[in-house]
Design a protein around this ligand. Structure first.
Ligand SMILES: Nc1nc2c(ncn2[C@@H]2O[C@H](COP(=O)(O)OP(=O)(O)O)[C@@H](O)[C@H]2O)c(=O)[nH]1
Ligand SMILES: [Mg+2]
Length: 469
């Protein structure tokens, strides 16, 4: 009953309301525990099914969730009322409410104190209807998020440019619209039943209004995107002209190891261990040990294997950052059986967004995860033959990370020049500036002052000279 009132007043499905509140207030601060559930249809192979579930768990992790249990069910079709069959719903209810604990499977996270754990979300691996979501929520006793909602939330958090934010909002509105309609219809029909009146319920006219508002808002956003497109091109050109913007963007599929590599390359491992959900904020960090020029590394939203069709445009918009980078690290999970296909898709999408002009290094990661040593050597040899300038590595091996670090720095140092700067004893206050903007190869002094053999960007050296003259 309470739920229906919420529907009428806000004309937004309860699940969406609660979801927004939850996202704003809690996820970023408090550990969130979730369970995952999925129906395996007869047409879906075990391998496909597992891969999709695995990906959903990774996506959940990106949102800051710890997935403690996965429930699966084979069915000929989705349950019309609540996606999962009645028995499975009960089982999940029991688990979420600490009434029963099904046997652990290898997919589950072992949690020391399940009793004290508040599981607040059930994630389902399909897009489900608003009524299925609502019924499921009522039965299991926690919030339900479907796959599309999870992905939308990730995009929402990662969209940084105005154009990307607009694009993601369009997708969110598109997702919400039918859900609001459904909610209002439900509220309207129940109102009619109660009052015995015929004709259009209050809910329905509200829907009309909401629909128009959504349509108008989408049109407005679309216009904004077109206008921004032109503006962004000039901004980008200007930015690339500017010296000293050495940026590396990590791109590739979810779970390829982008965030792990980012942490390893930027030395933020310690921070991550101490701050629970540091990953949510790790977007741009400087390469560590620091280099000359200083190189900034940014993480992008991963490609998603089962990306709902309606989300393609917003996904691409979140890749904006890749366009601003001077170098792309395309990270590929070399241990994933489908890595070749993923590589092709990534290349194609990068081309579509115009990022094919940005220099790129292919990084085949997780080589340690490819069978035994013989298999690893064979895979590595194959990859090197096929992709001559690639890097084959494991983000878990510090030596490999150091090598990649060197490769990146070397690329950015290609444009550097060597020079000698003379600093009279009277201008020693500039000493710090020299060390900050250049790499000092050697330093000697005589009675007049100090001589620095430096390597740096031409613009940095020029600016130092200007300060000295
Ligand atoms: N065996 C192995 N696992 C890795 C490697 N790099 C990352 N991982 C693991 O792969 C999973 C996904 O990594 P993550 O960095 O979150 O991937 P992202 O989605 O691309 O950011 C994590 O469990 C990592 O610990 C690697 O080189 N070898
Ligand atoms: Mg990541």
């Amino acid at each position: 009953m309470l739920a229906d009132i919420t529907f009428q007043v806000l004309s937004v499905p309860r699940s969406l309301n609660r979801y927004n509140l939850l996202m704003q207030k809690e996820v970023k601060e408090k550990p969130q525990y979730a369970v995952v559930a999925a129906v395996q249809l007869p047409s879906v192979s075990d391998a496909e099914f597992e891969a999709s579930l695995c990906e959903l768990r990774e996506l959940a992790k990106t949102l800051g969730y710890t997935v403690v249990k996965t429930f699966v069910q084979k069915r000929a079709g989705f349950d019309m009322t609540a996606y999962l069959g009645a028995g499975k719903r009960q089982e999940i209810h029991g688990y979420v409410n600490h009434e029963s604990y099904p046997l652990e499977s290898e997919l589950d996270v072992v949690v020391a104190n399940l009793e004290g754990l508040e599981i607040n979300t059930l994630l389902v691996d399909h897009e489900i209807s608003p009524s299925q979501a609502r019924n499921l929520e009522l039965e299991v006793g926690c919030m339900v998020m479907d796959r599309t909602m999870v992905i939308l939330e990730i995009f929402h958090r990662n969209a940084r440019s105005r154009a990307a934010r607009a694009q993601v909002e369009i997708a969110r509105l598109g997702y919400m619209a039918p859900r609001m309609r459904e909610a209002a219809k439900l509220a309207g029909s129940q109102g009619r039943q109660r009052s015995g009146e015929g004709g259009r319920g209050a809910g329905e006219s509200q829907t009309e209004l909401d629909r128009r508002k959504i349509r108008d808002r989408i049109a407005e956003l679309q216009q904004e995107i077109v206008a921004m497109e032109a503006e962004r091109k000039t901004q980008r050109a200007r930015r690339q002209e500017r010296q000293g913007l050495a940026g590396v963007a990590l791109v590739g599929y979810t779970n390829a190891g982008k965030s792990t590599l980012m942490r390893a390359l930027t030395g933020s491992e310690v921070l991550v261990a101490n701050k629970l959900f540091a990953t949510l904020d790790t977007t741009v960090r400087a390469l560590y040990p620091e280099s000359v020029p200083r190189v900034l590394v940014s993480d992008t939203v991963g490609f998603i294997k089962n990306l709902p069709h309606g989300l393609v445009a917003s996904f691409k918009s979140t890749l904006d950052e890749a366009l601003d980078a001077s170098l792309l690290l395309h990270v590929i999970d070399a241990s994933d059986p489908g890595f070749e296909r993923q590589l092709e898709v990534t290349d194609k999408v990068l081309e579509e967004i115009g990022a094919n002009i940005v220099p790129r290094i292919r990084v085949f990661n997780k080589i340690d995860h490819v069978g035994d040593e013989v298999a690893q050597a064979k895979r590595e040899a194959n990859l090197r033959a096929r992709y001559p300038d690639c890097v084959v590595m494991s983000a878990r091996r510090p030596d490999d990370v150091a090598k990649l670090h060197q490769i990146i720095v070397a690329i950015f140092q290609q444009d550097l020049v060597e020079d000698e700067i003379f600093l009279p004893w009277t201008a020693q206050q500039l000493r710090g500036a020299i060390y900050a903007s250049c790499q000092v190869l050697a330093e000697r002094s005589d009675g007049e002052g100090a001589f620095f053999q430096v390597r740096g960007e031409p613009s940095a050296i020029k600016s130092l000279r200007e300060q000295l003259s």
